[in-house]
Write a protein that binds this ligand. Structure first.
Ligand code: COA
Length: 168
C-alpha cells in the first residue's frame, strides 16, 4: 500500500496543483493533500477555507484525502503513516529549494522519500500569489483556477477591500 503526501499552502488551489494531485493519485493507493497552516505566509484564506476548496475540487478523485497540518512535514508524514512526499517541479528555479527541502527532510527522517513530479507545461508559470494578484486587480483568473475557487477568491478579495476601506 503506497500512501503519499502532497503538501502545500494552497492559497488558493490552482489548476497546477490539481494537475499534480490527479497524476500523483493515479500512481499511489492513497494521496493525502496536506494543507499547511503556514505561519511563514499570511494566507488570504483560512486553513479551513483552503481545505474546503480542495475537498470540493478533488471530490471526484476517490483516493484523495485533504488533511490540514501544522509544524514539520516529516512529523505530519509519520502521523499519517506515509513514506513518500510528492513535490511538483515547475521550473529550474524550483529545483534548488526543493533539493534542499528534500535533503533536509531525509536527514531528519531517512524513512521518508521525496518524489518529484514535473508540472505540466501548461501550468509551469503558475503560482497562488500570481492568481491572488491578478484577482486583486480585477483580472480574469478563470484559466488558472476552477470556477468554485474563482468565486471564493473574488468574494474574499471584495471582503478584504471593504475591510481595508473601513479601517482607513
Ligand atoms: N502548480 C501551481 N502552483 C504551484 C505548484 C504547481 N504545481 N507548485 C507550487 N506552486 C506554487 C504554490 O502555490 C506557491 O505559491 P505562492 O508562493 O504564491 O503561495 C509556490 O508555488 C511555492 O510552492 P511551495 O513550495 O509548494 O510552497 P508552499 O507554501 O505551497 O508549501 C511546504 C511549502 C508546505 C511544502 C513547506 O513549507 C513545508 O513542508 N513546511 C512545513 C515545515 C517544514 O517541515 N519545514 C522544513 C522543510 S525542510
Amino acid at each position: 500500500m503506497l500512501r503519499a503526501i502532497y503538501p502545500g499552502t494552497f492559497d488558493p488551489v490552482t489548476f497546477g496543483h490539481i494537475d499534480i494531485i490527479r497524476r500523483s493519485a493515479a500512481i499511489t493507493d492513497e494521496l493525502i493533500v496536506g494543507v499547511l497552516q503556514n505561519k511563514a505566509k499570511t494566507p488570504l484564506f483560512s486553513v479551513e477555507e483552503r481545505v474546503k476548496m480542495l475537498d470540493e475540487v478533488t471530490k471526484e478523485i476517490k483516493n484523495v484525502k485533504i488533511v490540514p497540518f501544522e509544524g514539520l512535514l516529516i512529523d505530519f508524514a509519520k502521523e499519517m503513516k506515509a513514506k513518500v512526499v510528492v513535490r511538483g517541479l515547475r521550473a529550474v528555479t524550483d529545483f534548488e529549494y526543493e533539493l534542499q527541502m528534500a535533503q533536509t527532510n531525509h536527514k531528519l527522517n531517512s524513512e521518508i522519500e521525496t518524489l518529484f513530479m514535473t508540472t505540466s507545461l501548461d501550468y509551469s508559470y503558475l503560482s497562488s500569489s500570481i492568481v491572488r494578484e491578478i484577482a486583486a486587480f480585477g483580472g480574469d483568473i478563470s484559466q488558472f483556477v476552477p470556477e468554485e475557487v474563482m468565486e471564493q477568491v473574488t468574494k474574499k478579495i471584495k471582503e478584504k477591500k471593504i475591510q481595508e476601506k473601513r479601517s482607513v
